[in-house]
Ligand binder design. Structure first.
Ligand code: ARG
Ligand code: ZN
Length: 881
């Protein structure tokens, strides 16, 4: 059944307090839930309907006495409740079976430890409840369990009491001082150890920070703890938001559907975003941990103190919190160039994942209007595009104005469950003279309209009048259910360069043009010669820019733009242009790159002041996914062949430069995961891959030999994995020796094995060899389909991240995909539904891929017993809309 935003109605009852008592047992956990409720006087009297799922109901008492109830559509319905608005108590006694919970929603067991995941609608799998975010209650939780097996008993808030019980059991009682919606409830029980740190925050308060992991993982917790300490300090310094708890806990689990969860005071994390040391984790892992730890911590204010009225408002907390974690990571960068690198990486995610979503069957506004399964809407649109919408607000009101807006938001809404409108209103009201306040209704179309706007720019130079005229116009294609789009409010940051690449001075008002109508014209006077425009600096809006810049203009920007984002973007546009020309050309793929492009790339690589990280990003060609998005009809094999040809050409033409770059950047002293040295490792790793790729063509054995040596000697995982990857990606015979060696070295490190699986499933296809390899990997004793990280490392790395291997003319990739979607759906619908999205863009495919993909999707859709999750995805994929 479809849930619609417009059908929102306030709850008929409030729940003021909840006392939960758990007798934890993997096979049968007993849950006693004592609540005080009262009728919501603002709503007509009606029965109480409580959500529940897969629960065994034993007893219901109202004010201590038995009462009548019935079940209706999975809900527990009570219609003989006391009249009037006085509070009453409701006691519900249920049991559930955590060890059978393979969905990983609600209460489940992972490696002998109990965990919960309640967002969005998992609490109803623990007890009957008004499982909606606008019902906020005070929780007291008592956990009882066998002391030897579950020595650590955790829940939200403060530990009030603990002690022994008969029969080797013990208990712990937790009281959360903050009211919260049910999706923020959490408990953990198991045999864990904690790294602890006491901190004194700015306000002078003492707090205890803890990171709980399995005993053997203690040596991988320092980075998460440092990231948490930095997060606490940053939120206080940048936004004046202090830690409001005496104790803040992070717990890691290896079985988790998503990245992490911001439960009040008790964040639960996928191990992937907690555990790291230099021997087992790469620079990317370190950076991800910093941003996810920050993200969950920042939710404590943006999400927990102020939460969502309903799940359509998800971006209220997610878009804002992604924006905050992006800013956090940028503010931690010591050098401005590292900030720019982070921005480029974030934009790359947006354009390779969110733009396709916005153009496909699952397109939805940042604030969706309807859903079948809310879990399908934890998307790059809600998260990453939502963050861009918040970023545009900051651009429009300035950094200080935005901080003022945040202050007003908390003054107005602390302790409430609110909407995206409330947030935008607070930012606008705190900045009454801004373009945002003047055109708030237009701006808010970013929340209501799906699709990626395209902004067309045209420049005209009049030498006589010394005048440059820039015309901007916008257009947005229809998306499912939205045939016609109103204009968006688009902040376009820009600059003008002269032909020598010097920045022309412009008044501030001209450096940020706000496009709010179908088109606008800006006139620049006193311009001495035809300028080179640098448009959409810093990617100031989530749009596609259409500007017919010449190669000469792009080369000028690449060499000189003061805006590092646009400098990178110029290189991408030059590469994209060549890729598209080669894809569209007839006949076999020849050498797609010309001398001008290669020389420009050499100049970047050899540049004496640019950062290594920036060089690595600039020399990375646009992904196959991104190239494909630019085409009306996609032949994935052609796209793959073209990109590989470009890469090989760069490998060969810049051979001496890659060798130089490798030698220059390979030694970085003792390992530290800071952006500068991480950038050097990334560039050295790229150089090594290029040198091995070139060796593949030339038959040279020196570089693969060096890569193998490096693989054996490396002092950290980043260098070791990059060397292994160079051998695997270039398909060198030494990969067959390195891979088993790597496995033997890390056989007990689950997260490292995930990398080992992912590298092989994501390797370049050579004559159709990857699909059989994937089947073999699934037969490996270390493969576990039920562990989401492991399943993703093989199946998603193949279906979602390896287009050249997945799109096979014989359709075997699609058949494999449909088998796995159906297989996983039987025990974990959320993971299955993510995988189901691998064929979102099937309508764009050329034949024979298109028909084969359609058939595979139809095969999934034909299955009678599908979860709502997968059903919604495949139904939308097949819809004619
Ligand atoms: N709120 C979490 C985060 O972004 C994500 C939880 C999503 N869980 C889910 N089952 N959909 O940090
Ligand atoms: Zn979040």
């Amino acid at each position: 059944t479809v849930v619609r935003r417009e059908d929102y109605a306030p709850p008929a009852y409030w729940i003021d307090t909840v006392e939960l008592t758990f007798d934890l047992d993997p096979a049968k956990t007993r849950v006693l839930n004592r609540m005080t409720l009262r009728r919501n006087a603002a709503v007509a009297a009606q029965p109480l309907r409580l959500d529940g799922e897969e629960l065994n109901l034993a007893r219901v008492l109202v004010n201590g006495a038995g009462c009548s109830f019935k079940m209706d559509a999975g809900q527990l319905v009570l219609d003989n409740l006391p009249e009037g608005n006085e509070p009453f108590t409701l006691e519900i006694f249920t049991t559930c079976a955590p060890e059978k919970n393979s969905q990983l929603m609600g209460l489940y067991v992972s490696q002998g430890t109990f965990f919960t995941q309640c967002e969005a609608e998992g609490f109803r799998r623990i007890t009957y409840f008004l499982d909606r975010p606008d019902v906020m209650a005070s929780y007291t939780v008592t956990l009882r369990a066998d002391k030897a097996r579950y020595p650590v008993l955790l829940s939200n808030g403060n530990l009030e009491e603990e002690g022994p019980l008969p029969d080797g059991r013990h208990f712990a009682k937790w009281v959360d001082p903050h009211r919260k919606p049910s999706y923020l409830f959490a408990l953990v029980a198991g045999n864990l150890v904690a790294r602890e740190q006491r901190i004194v925050s700015r306000s002078g308060k003492e707090h205890l920070l803890q990171v709980f992991v399995r005993r053997g993982d203690m040596d991988k917790t320092e980075h998460a703890m440092q990231s948490l300490i930095a997060s606490v300090a940053w939120d206080e310094a940048r936004f004046g938001l202090p830690l409001d708890l005496e104790r803040f806990m992070i717990v890691a689990t290896s079985d988790f559907n998503m990245g992490a969860m911001e439960n009040k005071g008790l964040n639960i994390f996928n191990t992937k975003y907690v555990l790291a040391n230099s021997a087992t984790a790469t620079d990317t892992d370190f950076a991800n941990i910093e941003s996810v730890v920050g993200h969950e911590y920042f939710h404590n204010w943006t999400g927990n103190r102020v939460t969502c009225r309903d799940w359509f408002q998800l971006s209220l907390k997610e878009g804002l919190t992604v924006f905050r974690d992006q800013e956090f990571s940028m503010d931690l960068c010591a050098e401005p160039s590292a900030r720019a690198v982070k921005r480029i990486e974030d934009v790359r995610v947006l354009r390779t994942a969110q733009f396709p979503e916005d153009a496909g069957p699952m397109a939805h506004p940042v604030r969706p209007d309807s859903y079948v399964e809310i879990n399908n809407f934890y998307t790059v649109t809600v998260y990453e595009k939502g963050a861009e919408v918040v970023r545009m607000m900051q651009t429009l009101v300035g950094r200080e104005g935005f901080a003022r807006g945040m202050k007003l938001y908390f003054e107005r809404h602390d302790g409430q469950a609110v909407t995206c409108d409330d947030f935008a209103q607070a930012i606008a009201d705190a900045n009454p003279d801004s373009a945002l306040a003047r055109q708030l209704e237009v701006f808010k179309r970013w929340y209501s309209q799906a699709g990626t706007p395209r902004v067309r720019a045209e420049g005209r130079y009049d030498a006589e009048a010394r005048r440059y005229t820039l015309t901007l116009s916008q257009h947005c294609a229809p998306t499912p259910g939205q045939a016609v789009k109103q204009p968006f409010l688009i902040p376009v940051a820009l600059g003008l360069l002269d032909a020598q690449g010097r920045e022309l001075p412009l008044p501030e008002s001209q450096r940020l043009v706000v496009l709010a109508d179908a088109s606008a014209t800006v006139v620049f006077d006193d311009i001495d010669s035809e300028p080179v425009p640098s448009l959409l600096r810093g990617f100031s809006a989530p749009v596609v820019l259409e500007y017919a810049d010449s190669d000469a203009q792009l080369l000028t920007l690449l060499a000189h733009d003061s805006d590092p984002f646009n400098r990178w973007e110029a290189g991408q546009r030059l590469a994209l242009r060549r890729a598209l020309a080669a894809v569209r050309a007839d006949g076999p793929v020849a050498q797609p790159l010309d001398a001008a492009f290669i020389d420009a790339m050499r100049a970047v690589l050899r540049h004496d002041t640019l950062d290594a990280a920036f060089k690595e990003l600039t020399l990375t060609l646009p992904s196959e996914t991104y190239i494909s998005e630019q085409l009306e009809v996609v032949d994935p094999q052609r796209v793959h062949a073209v990109r590989e040809a470009m890469r090989e050409q760069l490998a060969q033409a810049l051979h001496a430069d890659w060798a130089w770059a490798y030698e220059q950047h390979r030694d970085n002293g003792a390992y530290r995961p800071d952006p500068l040295s991480a950038g050097r490792r990334a560039l050295a790793g790229m150089a090594l891959t290029m040198l091995c790729l070139d060796a593949r063509q030339s038959g040279d054995a020196v570089w693969p030999g060096k890569a193998y040596q490096r693989f054996k000697d490396a002092g950290n995982m980043t260098d070791r994995f990059n060397a292994l990857s160079a051998l695997v990606v270039s398909g060198h015979a030494l990969a067959r020796e390195a891979l088993p060696r790597f496995h033997a070295m890390f056989r007990d490190e689950a997260l490292v094995l995930d990398k080992w699986f992912a590298l092989q499933a994501g390797a370049p296809d050579r004559g159709g060899n990857i699909l059989p390899a994937v089947r073999q990997l699934m037969a490996h004793p270390d493969f576990q389909l039920r562990n989401p990280n492991r399943a993703r490392s093989v199946i998603f790395s193949y279906c979602n991240a390896n287009p050249g291997a997945f799109h096979r003319a014989d359709a075997a990739g699609y058949v494999f995909w449909s088998d796995r979607v159906l297989e996983i759906d039987r025990f974990n619908p959320q993971v299955a539904a993510r995988l189901a999205r691998a064929l979102d863009r099937w309508k764009k495919l050329a034949e024979p891929y298109r028909s084969a993909a359609r058939e595979a999707i139809a095969r999934v859709a034909a299955q009678a017993e599908l979860s709502n999750d997968v059903r919604e995805v495949v139904t939308r994929a097949l819809s004619e809309d």
